[in-house]
Structures are given as structure tokens and as C-alpha cells.
Write a protein that binds this ligand. Structure first.
Ligand SMILES: Nc1ncnc2c1ncn2[C@@H]1O[C@H](COP(=O)(O)OP(=O)(O)OP(=O)(O)O)[C@@H](O)[C@H]1O
Ligand SMILES: [Mg+2]
Length: 484
């Protein structure tokens, strides 16, 4: 169920390190273009090495170099086992000089020696003709004394199954997020962001995916994925649910124990695994100082709201799902911490090949630029899906105006509000207005045909039910934690 790292799938081949460097170079060069936001967050002064020092560009590039150049091997040529304690402070999360990247490289080094024991995981997903619906009553009214009899009628209808209307939540969605990529999901509240994320993650309780929808998890059909391979996809809701009386250390240790994989590094017990992973994840997310503090909630005194958010994120990261959907996870975080969160996610996807889809309201430019792809939702329609760098030009070409001050994220969401969007001179009366009109324009667009070609290529590479399914079953058997 879980991989041996807080980062999702751990890649096996040595060559992947080059890929990491490329990905991080790409990330940092994009980051460099935007200096508007400094990441001097509250987690900056923690002991988690370069990752937390903020200045994304140089730091991440430096980090990529270290991964490729610095040897973490011991004198004997082997890799030290950080789970059993080492003299190297960079591998010790309690040392104050812990370096997640060195730790990660060590782990990758240890695992790459034994590909049989640590087979690859699946992370990418493509979907086409994706339609999702639910059922509800058409009149959702506020209860008052006057209309109380209506409510009684409503209860009667619910019991008898009458009065329920089909509500189309998502119409004709298509997209492709490959292993190691990050997708940002933009839309106004109510536009279907949560439904899209839940659908990808397979949390379909309460709604229905149309039979004709095509979802391909790198060769694994949707049903198999969500029935046999639960835990590979993760949906993190925006609300934090914890036991307030437990300390942060207890909470994370419990999560780490529950998710300890069977194919741990030889000689490492489940307890040792959980202890070390807890320390690592707390250092990575700047939580080390809260080990003995209660998680708390609105009534029980505990860690701060931002820290509690990070506990949730850390807990989900311990699960190590290769495909991660984060729903509005930056809510309640200040902008610097939100940026830090997305950067951490970027690092983990780049290093491990995991895939992340994240719904964010009000993404700053620095946050937006960390992603690879963006999808824009307008009342249940997909009005754009593609590379983050091409989205603005797509809508400007349609005839919309992006003000100097607006971030790309704000511009994209402003289009889905008739009051906010601004039409360029000369385009009056020629631009799409309703969600359906936007969707039609998208369907006829060049950007869409490029996407469809990419999806075809992906499906050709990973045909549903093909050899990848067999490989994946094997991988799961190796990783799956023993039922306790
Ligand atoms: N199970 C369901 N049955 C019927 N309608 C639903 C169901 N789930 C969601 N909806 C409706 O579909 C629309 C999209 O819901 P969704 O929760 O995906 O939106 P969202 O973009 O995440 O919004 P928010 O920001 O409020 O969370 C809403 O109008 C919602 O009322
Ligand atoms: Mg939502």
C-alpha cells in the first residue's frame, strides 16, 4: 500500500537521477522568472536543509546538483542505512542538519540495487469523455416554519426515491497527467473542482461516473485501480480530521506504522521504520518542534492552524500514494507556507515520479508557476486543459484582456465570471459567454487536438489491461503492507 518514502513511488533506475535534475532545472528556471513572492515562511528556519531555505531557484538547482554529484556512499562503496542510524548528520532528521535530498538519494541508492524487491509504481492518468453526475432535488430551499410541510413531503420523496433529478456535475472532461507531473485545478466554488479530484482518486461516494467515460491509470482500468489497488490514489479533503488529544508525534507515528510497507529495507523492523519516517517527515515539514504538542482543534489547545494543516499534509505524504489529489489544501495557510507546501510537493513528484493534482483558490503567480499543467472549470465544463505557460495566451487570443496586476490564476478564474472578465477592444460580441460557449470553443481548439493526440499516445504506450497491469500487480504484492 505504501512505498518506502514519503514521496510516493520511488524510482528504481539510476538513470532517473538525470531525470530529476532535468525536472528540477525546469522547475527552478520557471521559478526564477517570478521574484514577487519570498518564501520566508514560518517553516524556513527548520532543520530540513535546502528544501526549506526558500530561495527556490538556486536552492533547488543546487539540490539537483548535489543529488547527481555528491556521493552518499560509505567508504565500503555501499549506502548507509538511515533507518538503523548513521553518523552522517545529513541523514539524521534529529541532527538539525538533516538534508531530505541526501536522505532521498540514499534511499534510492539502497533500493536501486534490488529492483525485484522494489518494483515500479504507477502514477500517470489520462481521461476522456469523462462525465459525472449526481442526484438531488431541484428545489433546495431554506427551511422556515412556513415551508416545513414541504420538507415533510421532501422526506417522503427521498424515502420513495421520487423527486430526485439527475444533476450533471462534470461534462466531457479530458486530460492527461503523466508520472512526475503536477496539475493545478482552477475554478470557482461549485464549479466541480472537488468532484474532478475525487473522480481521479476514485472517491466516488455520492456521485456516478458515466459508463462511457475513459479513465486509464497507465494501463490499469479504473475499476481495477479502485477495487484492487486502493491506496495508490489519494484524495486529501480540505478539512483536517485528527484526534485532537494525540500529540503530533503520536499521530504521525501511528500513520507511519499503519503504512509501513512489507518490502522494507532488510533488517528494519516496522517500529524502526515508523520511528525514522516520523522523524524524517517532521523535519521535512518543519514540525520537529511539535513532537510532544497535542494536535488540538477548535476546543482543545494544540498546535497552530498552519501547523495542523502541515500535520495533515505530512500524514498524507507518509501514505506515499503515487497519485495524489489535494483539495484546496492551501486554505488556511499564509501565502509563504502555501508556496512552501507546493514546492515540497514539486520536489517529491520530481524525485519520485509521483503525480499530483491540486485544487487551489487564489493561486499566487509563484505557486501557479510550479505546476506543469492547468485545467480551468466553468460550472462543470472544462474550458481549458494544457501547459501552464500556454493558458493565458489561449484566452487572450479568444479576445479577453489580462490586466497587468492579475496573476495568471486570477485571470483564468475571472473568465468564469461575467462581471469580472474583461473583453478586449474589437472582440465585443465575438467572445464566448456561457459555460457551454466556452466549452464549444475549447472543443474546436488546436490546444485540445494536441491534448487528444497526447492522450492517444499515452494509451498506445499503456493500453488498458496490457502488460503494465501484470507488472503492477507484482509491484503491489511486493509493497503491500501485511494486514495487521
Ligand atoms: N453527489 C452530488 N449530487 C448532486 N450534486 C452534487 C453532488 N456533488 C456535488 N454536486 C454539485 O456539483 C457541483 C460541483 O460540486 P463540487 O463539490 O465538485 O464543487 P467545487 O468546485 O469543489 O466547489 P467548492 O469550492 O464549493 O468545494 C455543485 O453545484 C454541487 O452542489
Ligand atoms: Mg470543493
Amino acid at each position: 500500500m505504501a512505498s518506502t518514502g514519503p514521496w510516493g513511488a520511488i524510482p528504481q533506475a539510476e538513470g532517473v537521477i538525470q531525470g530529476v535534475e532535468n525536472a528540477l532545472e525546469k522547475f527552478s528556471s520557471r521559478d526564477r522568472q517570478h521574484t514577487g513572492e519570498k518564501s520566508d515562511s514560518s517553516i524556513t528556519d527548520t532543520s530540513s536543509g535546502d528544501l526549506k531555505k526558500g530561495n527556490g531557484d538556486q536552492e533547488v538547482t543546487k539540490l539537483a546538483r548535489q543529488i547527481t554529484q555528491n556521493s552518499v556512499k560509505t567508504a565500503g562503496g555501499g549506502y548507509p542505512n538511515p533507518f538503523l542510524g548513521t553518523n552522517d548528520p545529513a541523514l539524521d532528521p534529529l541532527s538539525g542538519q538533516f538534508r531530505p535530498e541526501t536522505w532521498m538519494k540514499t534511499l534510492m541508492g539502497l533500493q536501486s540495487r534490488d529492483p525485484e524487491r522494489y518494483p515500479e509504481r504507477i502514477a500517470g492518468v489520462s481521461y476522456k469523455n469523462l462525465n459525472v453526475h449526481g442526484f438531488g432535488t431541484l428545489t433546495d430551499y431554506q427551511k422556515t416554519f412556513g415551508n416545513a410541510p414541504l420538507e415533510v413531503a421532501g422526506i417522503f420523496n427521498r424515502i420513495t426515491g421520487r423527486g430526485q433529478t439527475k444533476i450533471q456535475i462534470l461534462r466531457d472532461f479530458e486530460g492527461l497527467v503523466k508520472s512526475g507531473e503536477m496539475l493545478v485545478v482552477l475554478g470557482r466554488p461549485g464549479s466541480g473542482c472537488s468532484t474532478l479530484l475525487k473522480t481521479i482518486a476514485g472517491e466516488t461516494h455520492g456521485f456516478y461516473i458515466d459508463e462511457k467515460s475513459d479513465i486509464n491509470y497507465q494501463g490499469i482500468p479504473m475499476k481495477t485501480m479502485h477495487k484492487d489497488f486502493r491506496g495508490e490514489c489519494m484524495y486529501q479533503a480540505e478539512v483536517d480530521v485528527h484526534f485532537p488529544q494525540l500529540t503530533v508525534g503520536q499521530t504521525l507515528n501511528f500513520a507511519a506504522q499503519a503504512r509501513a510497507p512489507r518490502n522494507r529495507i532488510p533488517g528494519v523492523t516496522r517500529k524502526q521504520y515508523a520511528k525514522h519516517m516520523t522523524d524524517v517527515i517532521m523535519a521535512v515539514f518543519g514540525l520537529s518542534h511539535t513532537y510532544h504538542t497535542k494536535v488540538g482543534n477548535d476546543f482543545v489547545r494544540g498546535v497552530s492552524g498552519g501547523e495542523r494543516k502541515r500535520v495533515s499534509i505530512a500524514e498524507a505524504a507518509l501514505g506515499g500514494s503515487p497519485l495524489q489529489c489535494w483539495d484546496n489544501s492551501t486554505r488556511g495557510l499564509d501565502s509563504a507556507t502555501a508556496l512552501e507546501f507546493v514546492k515540497t510537493l514539486r520536489l517529491s513528484t520530481s524525485l519520485s515520479g509521483a503525480t499530483a493534482a491540486v485544487a487551489i483558490y487564489q493561486a499566487s503567480q509563484s505557486i501557479y508557476d510550479i505546476f506543469d499543467k492547468v485545467v480551468v472549470l466553468y460550472e462543470g465544463r472544462q474550458i481549458y486543459f494544457g501547459p501552464i505557460g500556454a493558458a493565458k495566451a489561449y484566452f487572450v487570443n479568444l479576445g479577453f484582456y489580462c490586466t497587468e496586476r492579475a496573476t495568471t490564476g486570477d485571470f483564468l478564474t475571472s473568465l468564469t465570471n461575467s462581471v469580472e472578465r474583461i473583453v478586449r477592444e474589437g472582440f465585443e460580441g465575438r467572445v464566448p459567454r456561457t459555460p457551454d460557449e466556452f466549452a464549444v470553443v475549447w472543443q474546436k481548439s488546436e490546444a485540445r487536438s494536441v491534448l487528444l493526440q497526447e492522450i492517444d499516445q499515452f494509451e498506445h504506450e499503456f493500453p488498458v489491461g496490457g502488460e503494465n497491469l501484470t507488472k503492477f500487480k507484482h509491484s503491489r504484492q511486493a509493497q503491500q503492507a501485511k494486514r495487521q
